[in-house]
Structure formats: structure tokens, C-alpha cells
Design a protein around this ligand. Sequence first.
Ligand code: HEM
Length: 374
Amino acid sequence: TDAVPFHGEHQAGIVTPAQDRLHFVALDVTTDSREDLVALLQDWTAAARRMTAGQDAGEVGAVDGDRYAPPDDTGEAIGLPPSGLTLTVGFGPTLFTTADGRDRFGLAVRRPAPLVELPSFPGDQIDPAISGGDLCIQACANDPQVAVHAVRNLVRIGAGVVSVRWSQLGFGRTSSTSNGQATPRNLFGFKDGTANLKAENGSTLDRFVWVGDDDADWLRGGSYLVTRRIRMLIEPWDSSSLDEQQRTIGRTKGTGAPLGQRAEFDPVDFTTRVDGEFAIPETSHVFLAHPTNAGTAILRRGYSFVDGSDGLGRLDAGLFFIAFQRDPGTGFVQVQRNLRRDALNEYVRHTSSAVFACPPGVRDPADWWGRALL
Ligand code: HEM
């Protein structure tokens, strides 16, 4: 229920212990006016500063303003605590250069080299209508009403400057981002997040998550955010054997221990044999995603979703995968390429894709999202 500090070196919502709920929204800028874009980012920062502290989006508030004008807050979070709300903003490649090559805001020269559209991967079933975006806002909180309220008010403030391109709700964190958190389970019933990068990993975060001095100046201390909406084929998974499920992941379903080990946090050891065979199959998800074989690490911060059913009697459910890394090319893209032989692929389909550069943290009350860029 506590407030997460809004100001800092890095944006909150990256190594902040993952909250339980997500409302993610991708937006397109509908104006060519740089001034309007700057004003929006300033207004958003002010509203985010207030809402993450548990206050109304505007200074007057939901019910204390002029009764003949629309209130500057929509009201559904009145009386609710901050609930760990974090708001994290990112800039998509199309903010710098539109898909048809226009440089609307004079930002083309400032696009960081790693900020390019993700390549396509074998098996992708990406729907462009729920992919990409000029801007994104990741709202995480321990109360879904608080996350939805925050996104709704930021979208309201953006009227005339941005329009919502797509959005996604998530209901259960599928990773831990701090050693103090118990590992949650994903919709396949497995503990997820055991071997994740965590807030306590200091220098490893500098190496893999935070943008350093080898990238655009304005992005130093920021990070790249990759989202993938991954449909999980629940029905085939549920009719596969426990043994098949465990060999697909490479860990046991009960404790989450690596196959061949005893406890959840026992080290992953690819040399351990059981009955003469490697305990962790070479086609398992953990084998292929592990830094030893993928050659890199990412910080995972995804959420489960169930968007109803698909009209064919199957749950439209899965993982809204979110990863943070200092370079998408040596982060998500490298891991995902290594997963092409992953046994898990039989049970999942990627249906949306996006990449954003998240600027560093807002330092103080005079600072605003993207100031160093704009
Ligand atoms: C580990 C599930 C997609 C990267 C794991 C683990 C599970 C899991 C159960 C083991 C526990 C852990 O260490 O966190 C899933 C499911 C997915 C999915 C159900 C799709 C619906 C992805 C994708 C990537 C990825 C798309 C990146 C491209 C990783 C990494 C690890 C991991 C890096 C840690 C491996 C290690 O160091 O041992 N995943 N995952 N996962 N996953 Fe996934």
C-alpha cells in the first residue's frame, strides 16, 4: 500500500519489486507540434508525481473544482492508498522517425542506434494493430484500480496530442525482481522468475540493464523495454504429462528446482546426469535461456493475462512478457534467437511486439520525462 519514490537516478518500475498488477498502454502522437509534445511530457510528469504519491492527477482534484467544468481527476481512486504505483515511460522508434520516414519533431538525429524495430522470429504471429507505438506507459500497482486510474488520467491529459494504439491488462506478476519476493507462478503452473536479474544485483544491472556511456547521452541511466504478448496454448499444455512439462521447462513444477537438483535456488547445472542422461534437456527453456548458452541476461518483469476466450472455446490467455535491457539487440533479440529450438515453442505464440527506450529517472520537482531528449 506504500508509495514508491517517483524521483531517482532510474525510473521506478524497472528494478522496483514487481507489483501484482499491470496496465500497459502504447500511444501514437497525433500532432506534429514539438511544443505540444513537450507540454504533454511535462503535464504527464506532474500528474505521475502526484498519482504515485496517492494524490489526485490534478492539483484541484476530483470533487473540489468548478462544478461546471470536467474535474481534473476522474475520481475512481479517491480513498485508495498509493498501492505501490509506478509509472514508467518509454519512447518508440517511430517517435524519432515515422514509419513513412518523416522526422516530425527534429528527433531523427537523436535516435539511439539500438532503438530499431525488432526483427521477426520463426513462428511469430504478430498482429500490427497491437504492436509498436510512439510512446508507452507501464503502470504497475498492487491494486488494479490504481493502475487503471493512472493510465486513464494520463490518456485523458493527452487528448489532442496522443491517441491510444493498444493496451494490455495483466493480473499476476510472473517474475520476482527482488530477493525479498517469493517467486510467483505463471499460467503453466511453474515458478517464474527464479533466475531473474534482481534489484540487489548492483554491477550486473549496470552490465545488462542500465544504458551506459556507449549509447545516446540523453538515455544514460535509462533502459530499453521490450514487450511481447505471448499467447499460451493452455489446452495442449494441460493435456501433456507432468514429465513432459518439466522437461519442457527444465525445472520441477513443485519446488521449481532445476532438474537434477533439490531446491529452487540450487544452481542450474547442465552437467548433472540422471540415469546416464543430462538432467536438463538441451531443448528445455531453461537450458537455452540461461546465460551460459544465451550469452547474455535480461531483467524479466512480465504479467499473466486472460483476455476472455477466443470464440473456439479456448482461453485467450498467456504471458505479457516485459524485459528490460541495456540494448535490445544483445538482450531480448539474442535470447529469443537462441530459443528457436525451445521445446516451449510448441505451447506458445507471440502475438504482439514492441520496443521502447525508457529515459533515466526524473531527478527532482523541476525535471520531467524526456527533458534531456527534448
Ligand atoms: C526462465 C517460463 C518466455 C527468457 C523461465 C522459467 C520459466 C519460464 C518457468 C524458469 C524459472 C526462472 O528462472 O525464472 C516462460 C514462459 C514463457 C517464457 C511460460 C512464455 C509464455 C520467455 C521469453 C524469454 C524468456 C520470450 C526471452 C526471450 C527466460 C530467461 C530465463 C527464463 C532468460 C532464465 C533462465 C536461467 O537463467 O536459468 N521462463 N518463459 N522466457 N526465461 Fe522464460
